[in-house]
Write a new protein. Structure first.
Length: 688
């Protein structure tokens, strides 16, 4: 039995895998437009949370919820009085950070964790002002929540030398990431219980394995009238088909999320690939200390929070980051302004969307907002009151308000953003947010000058044709069946239609078959577990995009004109004509090379393994030689040379280049006779 890769989660065993953690939950926030911090904001947010109770869940122990939490601004006056009571003094607001820390209940392990964290803090130019045991009432917890309840303390940290608040936030982030990596790697008994829900000079998170109605009774601070805030973000978790834990309760450090990131595996792989290129003048050499950005075993929401946290602290505004990771539909939106369309097109070359049905609330302690995915498959309602409050929730009715006190209310639209600036006391409209972002840089000018499109490439001199007599031979080599030819390929070729079938997949698993199977078939079940409505690419063309970018990517934490110097493909499927144009490309640093994916047919498994290793070596050498497009081709297959399965070839090269720190220096194109179904192409795209 394997050890779990994430604290509080059980190990991978049988049908359970912590990699498949997903959420379907209730979110909400309350923000004051009156520019004053009050306990009423906290009280109202907790009431919103209680009214979202039905969106949470419980297991066999009905008193143990899947998780609930609240994020608020740091209540300075309250903490200053508490520090004075404990015998030490707090600096002015913004000059210190507060960490909410989950620690082992065993005293020796807890002592080691605190010592290691204190040592890291000292090394990063900060010092510990003091620790405070968070007053809690364990009696309100369910049996399971009590069983694995961590010991909870708050740590107060200040810089040894004066620094501005933004610099302090980055320093605290480095401490947080180092503590995560180093304490989890220490391996002493009990280290798995260590987790930092928040470490910031602006916000603090109270959360746990709780029901909504338990959180105020468990965390006694939240009932104290001295705990004030201008904003409060809440979340009630339903961990669909997954394991609820204390750390995976929301909110996280920046956001909370209702929905599912369907593209998660690809998003994680691409983020890891980008780490070799990351540079930031704000972090400098400290950037190496925070890698990897994404820890193993996180849920989809926690993973997204990790990426958003880095992008925000590296210099982008929070609305900018959210527009990058969850863009609205822009390609088929003729009413959208040209500047905003250019903004999205430029950023599409920097980062792929974190796609899926998602409603997300986010805050940095000064701004608080919410956004929906481009499809709008998760609900978000808002309400603005005459007495100066903004309330957002997963549904109407999360907050009781008299009709005469309602200024206006509505529903957040797909791809749109609602933003409240609590320092200025105003609501920032979506149009203002997006247009301000779009005018930051001359994105359209950069695209026109540096982006390369297929129609700009010269026509090929000749096409490589398949001899008619070889067609049957190639079909046999690549495992085509009579059923595939008649029921799948024929309708696609004659009617330009993908045959319609059920969402389920009732063919026996490939691993149980005694017949030869395509490698693609071993991944069928991953794509059959669908819990969201299917998207119709014809009727819902507005939100669909097939655009791909190929070439050498740049540093994700920067913005330059050269970031969009990539080949833009309107469709992931290339014709022979398109492929030959790419094969001959010579446009700036865009250069292509073809690498064969064949191996000696008589050599068996040993020959296949040797060919894969050689393919990876040649791919690495080609990238180091300046080739920014690698074409993996099994053309030339014959009685002596068999094709490496295209999915195996792509994924092997993809991960080899990631390990070598070279993946983002090149794009991959596959030339193969093997893939023929939509499922096959999805896998090839998803795995590299």
């Amino acid at each position: 039995m394997q050890r779990s890769t994430h604290p509080f989660l059980p190990p991978r065993e049988g049908l359970y895998d912590p990699a498949y953690e997903r959420d379907a939950c209730g979110i909400g926030f309350v923000a004051s437009l009156r520019r004053e911090a009050t306990h009423e904001v906290v009280e109202r947010a907790l009431q919103v949370l209680v009214n979202l109770l039905h969106r949470g869940a419980a297991g066999c122990d009905p008193e143990t919820g899947d998780g609930a939490g609240i994020l608020i601004q740091i209540p300075h006056a309250f903490f200053a009085e508490e520090a004075d009571r404990l015998g030490w003094e707090l600096p002015q607001p913004g000059q210190y950070g507060v960490g909410m820390v989950f620690l082992p209940t065993q005293s020796t392990a807890r002592s080691i964790c605190k010592q290691m964290l204190g040592h890291i803090i000292d090394e990063e130019g900060l010092h510990v002002l003091g620790w405070r045991v968070v007053p809690v009432n364990p009696e309100v917890l369910g049996r399971l929540a009590r069983t694995n309840r961590p010991h909870i303390e708050q740590i107060f940290v200040a810089p040894k030398q004066p620094m501005d608040q933004d610099a302090l936030e980055r320093r605290l982030y480095v401490v947080l990431k180092r503590a995560e990596h180093e304490i989890s790697a220490a391996g002493f008994e009990g280290h798995e219980a260590f987790y930092i829900p928040s470490l910031s000079s602006r916000t603090i998170v109270y959360k746990g394995l709780l029901h909504a109605h338990q959180i105020k009774r468990f965390y006694l601070d939240l009932a104290d009238s001295r705990v004030t805030s201008k904003l409060a973000m809440v979340h009630q978790r339903f961990s669909t088909n997954t394991f609820p834990t204390w750390p995976l309760a929301h909110p996280f450090r920046i956001l909370c999320h209702n929905g599912e990131i369907n593209t998660l595996r690809g998003n994680i792989n691409w983020m890891r690939a980008r780490e070799a290129l990351l540079q930031s003048p704000l972090f400098g050499e400290d950037l190496k200390k925070i890698l990897p950005v994404i820890r193993e075993g996180l849920s989809d929401s926690a993973t997204l929070d990790s990426v958003v946290h880095l992008l925000y602290l590296a210099g982008r505004s929070l609305p900018h980051v959210m527009a990058m990771v969850i863009p609205e539909a822009w390609e088929q939106a003729p009413w959208m302004s040209e500047t905003k369309r250019a903004f999205y097109e430029y950023h599409a070359a920097l980062m792929e969307p974190w796609d899926g049905p998602a409603a997300i609330a986010f805050t940095d302690g000064r701004l608080i907002g919410a956004t929906l995915d481009r499809n709008g498959l998760r609900p978000a309602r808002y309400l603005v009151t005459e007495d100066g409050y903004v309330v957002v929730g997963s549904e109407t009715g999360v907050f009781d308000v008299e009709p005469e006190n309602i200024r206006y209310r509505g529903r957040l639209q797909p791809g749109r953003m609602l933003l409240v600036d609590v320092e200025a006391g105003r609501i920032v409209p979506d149009e203002e947010i997006k247009e301000e972002l779009a005018r930051r840089r001359p994105y359209r000018q950069w695209i026109e000058r540096h982006q390369v499109r297929m129609e700009q490439l010269p026509a090929p001199r000749q096409l490589q044709q398949v001899e008619p007599g070889r067609l049957r031979c190639l079909q046999l080599v690549f495992g085509y069946t009579e059923e595939e030819c008649s029921r799948i390929l024929n309708p696609m070729a004659t009617q330009a239609e993908d045959p319609v079938g059920s969402m389920g997949y009732d063919t026996p698993l490939a691993c149980l078959s005694d017949q030869p199977q395509l490698l693609f078939n071993y991944f069928r079940q991953l794509f059959a577990q669908v819990t969201n409505p299917a998207i119709d690419p014809i009727r819902e063309e507005l939100v669909m995009s097939l655009t791909n970018f190929v070439g050498a990517a740049k540093n994700l934490l920067d913005e330059t004109p050269e970031h969009c110097h990539l080949l833009k493909l309107p469709h992931p499927i290339l014709t022979d004509w398109d492929l030959e144009r790419i094969r001959a490309i010579s446009h700036g640093d865009l250069r292509a090379i073809t690498l064969t994916t064949l191996f000696p047919a008589k050599g068996g498994a040993a020959a296949l393994e040797a060919a894969l290793e050689e393919l990876c070596r040649r791919a690495e050498s080609a990238v180091e030689s300046g080739y920014t497009i690698l074409i993996l081709s099994d053309r030339g297959v014959d009685s002596r040379n068999a094709p490496i399965p295209s999915l195996l070839a792509v994924s092997a090269v993809h991960h080899h280049l990631i390990r070598a720190g070279l993946r983002m220096h090149t794009g991959l194109v596959v030339e193969s006779g093997e893939p023929r179904e939509v499922h096959h192409f999805c896998l090839l795209i998803g795995y590299g």
